[in-house]
Design a protein around this ligand. Structure first.
Ligand code: HEC
Ligand code: HEC
Ligand code: HEC
Ligand code: HEC
Length: 411
């Protein structure tokens, strides 16, 4: 972002929703709720510093209730868009659109959310009512009286609605739609529809979990005309051109002192201790025990593991001289970003150790029976065996037997 800005380009950062909370983690414990709230405030602070232009509302953003979200909205220095949500009294808590300027162009941004089910509404936003997002987006665009050059939709909507908008509303130039499911994949990593041109409309659908950012460089030449991918040789001369790419965001993009400070502030506050207790240097909070601890009680499984490639994953990087690279580290060590952050000092977190697959369960050694492990989740494998990054296909059914430790002998 900084290098773009230094070239005099004013990029828009937008978010398509579900950026504040995670619904699955909604917990009745007030301390956990306090943590969620503080994390949301951290994200708002960070988004403010990014210079975020607009964000859309997603269902997860209502995890602490619509009322709390409306309060948090007051801290956002950018609009949270949702054209199709109203309260009992008919008022709209969020704007449906915003008009911004970049490179001398007027840009209209419109946002809407797919209608949540009644159970969701009853639980998280009983005072709210929702209308059809496509119709809401259309009328938001239609009622725009000021002239604009470009229209961007932040659609927290499903695939059918995305396709309808692209086909039916020629005013729309770009649709950012992180929510729609295009396949039945269980994880985000395999979804290949990330940045494309469809029906003359630019579609951006980056992966979730902070893993990726989609980028569109747009050359607007003719108003209200279809867009063409820069690589499309059939683009007529003078047409609108989009150069699309995906930037990977791992836990290790360059360190930024301002951001580190707010993350530290968060870590500090969620410990619910006197802030004076903790200094601002990076101190990872960790639930990881490490393979050595496990091996003491599980020698057979440890021996098996030592013979798999996972136990040499760090050596693989050493062999090619890549062991200090932030972009290689996360999948060839354990818990990168949580156990350590300095690529030069992996310490005892080298290799893909037990907890990379089994997860975290720090109290297990004290009382193994009282703290059993959760069932092994193949999503853990996909996090590293991500074909988009490794360029190696991954089939869990074929791979699992090769790395499944032998069962324990139980009496
Ligand atoms: C933390 C990242 C990470 C996780 C989690 C992970 N792997 Fe791996 N896996 C790797 C890396 C890196 C290699 C390559 C190791 C090397 O040779 O350097 C690898 C190699 C493998 C291999 C080849 C093994 C061999 O012994 O040659 C198989 C099979 C495999 N993984 C299966 C799995 C399965 C199944 C899961 C989930 C249960 C899983 N992996 C979880 C990173 C991971
Ligand atoms: C997204 C996770 C991920 C990242 C990032 C990653 N790797 Fe890997 N790497 C893997 C996995 C998974 C495998 C095993 C692939 C397989 O064979 O199934 C692997 C395998 C390898 C192998 C082959 C090991 C062997 O001998 O079989 C090498 C070499 C390697 N990685 C080097 C690197 C380097 C260098 C980087 C940084 C540029 C890097 N990796 C970044 C996940 C990753
Ligand atoms: C102090 C000894 C001890 C340590 C250390 C230990 N375990 Fe265990 N573990 C046990 C015992 C005992 C059981 C069997 C519990 C039972 O019978 O239900 C067990 C069971 C398991 C199981 C089977 C599933 C379950 O929960 O019953 C897994 C998987 C496991 N341990 C993984 C690990 C991993 C990974 C580590 C390191 C992070 C680890 N253990 C550390 C003693 C230990
Ligand atoms: C690549 C992923 C992976 C790694 C790394 C790994 N395991 Fe496992 N482990 C498995 C799988 C898969 C199974 C099969 C049982 C299952 O599906 O839960 C298993 C089974 C076990 C069991 C037997 C569970 C039972 O119910 O009998 C124990 C104990 C265990 N692992 C401990 C360890 C320890 C200790 C380490 C590190 C030294 C380790 N594992 C590393 C994937 C892994």
């Amino acid at each position: 972002m900084n290098s773009l800005k230094s070239e005099g380009i004013q990029p828009f950062i937008v978010d398509g929703g579900d950026w504040l909370f995670h619904l699955n983690k909604l917990h009745s414990n007030p301390l956990v709720q306090k943590q969620m709230d503080e994390k949301a405030q951290l994200l708002i602070d960070a988004y403010n510093r990014f210079g975020t232009a607009a964000a859309c509302l997603g269902e997860h953003d209502m995890a602490l209730g619509l009322d709390r979200l409306i309060e948090l909205n007051g801290k956002m220095k950018f609009p949270l868009l949702c054209a199709n949500l109203s309260l009992e009294d008919g008022t709209k808590p969020f704007s449906g659109s915003t008009l911004l300027e970049s490179q001398g162009r007027k840009v209209l941004m419109v946002g809407a959310i797919q209608i949540p089910n009644d159970r969701f509404i009853g639980k998280y936003c009983p005072k709210a009512s929702f209308t059809d997002p496509v119709e809401a987006i259309k009328s938001e665009i239609a009622r725009q009286t000021e002239k604009y050059d470009l229209c961007i939709v932040l659609g927290h909507i499903d695939r059918t609605d995305v396709d309808r908008l692209a086909a039916e509303v020629p005013e729309i130039d770009v649709i950012v739609e992180p929510n729609s499911m295009s396949r039945t994949e269980t994880t985000w990593v395999n979804d290949d529809i990330k940045a494309t041109v469809n029906e003359g409309c630019v579609m951006l659908k980056p992966s979730g979990q902070g893993s990726e950012m989609a980028r569109a460089d747009l050359w607007l030449r003719t108003d209200r005309q279809p867009w063409f991918d820069i690589w499309n040789e059939e683009a007529p001369p003078g047409s609108n051109i989009a150069d699309l790419s995906i930037a990977a965001l791992a836990p290790h993009i360059g360190r930024h002192p301002g951001m580190e400070k707010i993350v530290q502030g968060f870590v500090r506050s969620t410990r619910f201790k006197d802030p004076g207790d903790i200094d601002l240097s990076f101190k990872p909070v960790t639930n990881f025990l490490g393979a050595t601890t496990c091996s003491g009680c599980h020698p057979q499984q440890a021996d098996f593991w030592k013979n798999t490639g996972h136990a040499d994953a760090y050596q693989t990087l050493v062999d090619t001289g890549d062991e200090f690279r932030y972009d290689c580290m996360p999948c060839h060590v354990t818990g990168y970003g949580e156990t350590f952050v300095d690529a030069h000092e992996p310490g005892r977190w080298k290799d893909v150790q037990c907890e990379s697959c089994h997860g975290n369960n720090p109290r297990h050694p004290i009382q193994p029976k009282a703290f059993p492990w959760p069932k092994l989740d193949v999503n853990k494998c996909w996090a590293c065996h991500n074909p988009n990054e490794t360029r190696v296909a991954f089939d869990p059914a074929e791979a699992l037997p090769k790395v499944s430790c032998p069962p324990m002998k139980r009496n």
